[in-house]
Write a protein that binds this ligand. Structure first.
Ligand code: ADP
Ligand code: MG
Length: 260
């Protein structure tokens, strides 16, 4: 495992009366594919947006590769790539035009940019879609364009919010392999999901977040050992860690997963 990359201490976030994050402490190293796992409304998106300096904390300290996200938001944005839960793309541009635009915003040299766009389009198998209007593309293809746009400047920190959701199994596999390569190259990857199987298959280590608090953190193996049952599934650990609370609502919000 690499050096400490992300450090979070005493992090709280309120939206008016709603407390979305309720005292988060977390360290993530470079080379990790770190999962943030929790049901809908548990605070995953809020946490990710604070890490990439899009949203300010109410209280707390967050540093990314040594940069305080409140003091250095522009540099944090430069070194990170963020795939939002609902990506915003320009429907009347083609992927080629959109990625060229993002590349110029990121000040990537033209020939470097064109090579990268080509490589990503090949990797994600969207070569034949590069000149169609984004508005006409399937959800999965739009998702791939959003992922490419977040990776095009070769970021040190890669933050993906529920990025597997719209992808077919083959594309999900491509993304997973890509993330593994980034991790091996010493990048830091943070990945949120409410889908247990995704966390289990993609992440080295994960935090289970529930109602704005981290209820468990570790590798799947460590979580299994702690749960005291060698054949425990992540689902069992998850339900146990979120404990005596309202199980019905958790099970309902994860129902989508369990039916698959
Ligand atoms: P998750 O990504 O795990 O679904 P979120 O971070 O989106 O969770 O939301 C955490 C909590 O904060 C939820 O109760 C949600 O309703 C609330 N919330 C999120 N964004 C806002 C906002 N912009 N204004 C008010 N409440 C919000
Ligand atoms: Mg979310």
């Amino acid at each position: 495992m690499g050096e400490l990359s992300i450090s979070i201490r005493g992090l709280y976030k309120n939206y008016g009366e709603t407390r979305a994050l309720d005292g988060i402490d977390l360290d993530i190293s470079s080379g990790e594919i770190f999962g943030i796992l929790g049901p809908n409304g548990s605070g995953k998106t809020t946490l990710l947006r604070i890490i990439c300096s899009i949203l300010e904390p109410t209280i707390g300290y967050v540093s990314v590769n040594g940069l305080n996200v409140i003091e250095k938001p522009l540099i944090v944005k430069e070194i990170s790539g963020y795939v939002p839960e609902t990506p915003v793309l320009y429907e009347s541009l083609t992927p080629m035009e959109f990625l060229t635009f993002i590349g110029s915003v990121r000040r990537i040299e033209a020939n470097v940019l064109s090579t990268r766009v080509q490589r990503f389009a090949e990797a994600f198998e969207i070569m034949d879609k590069m000149d169609n209007f984004i508005g006409s593309l399937s959800f999965g293809t739009k998702q791939k364009v959003a992922i490419i746009s977040a990776l095009i400047h070769d970021p040190q920190i890669i933050i993906l919010d529920e990025a597997m959701n719209g992808l077919d199994p083959r594309s999900a596999r491509i993304l997973k392999n890509l993330l593994i390569n980034y991790a091996l190259a010493g990048r830091t990857i943070i990945f949120s999901t409410h889908v247990l199987e995704v966390a289990e298959s993609v992440c080295n280590r994960m935090a289970i977040i529930y109602r704005g608090k981290i209820v468990d953190v570790g590798t799947f193996k460590e979580m299994k050992e702690k749960s005291g049952s060698s054949d425990a599934k992540l689902e069992d650990i998850f339900l146990k860690m979120t404990g005596d609370t309202d199980l019905t609502s958790i099970v309902n919000s994860l129902g989508e997963t369990m039916n698959h």
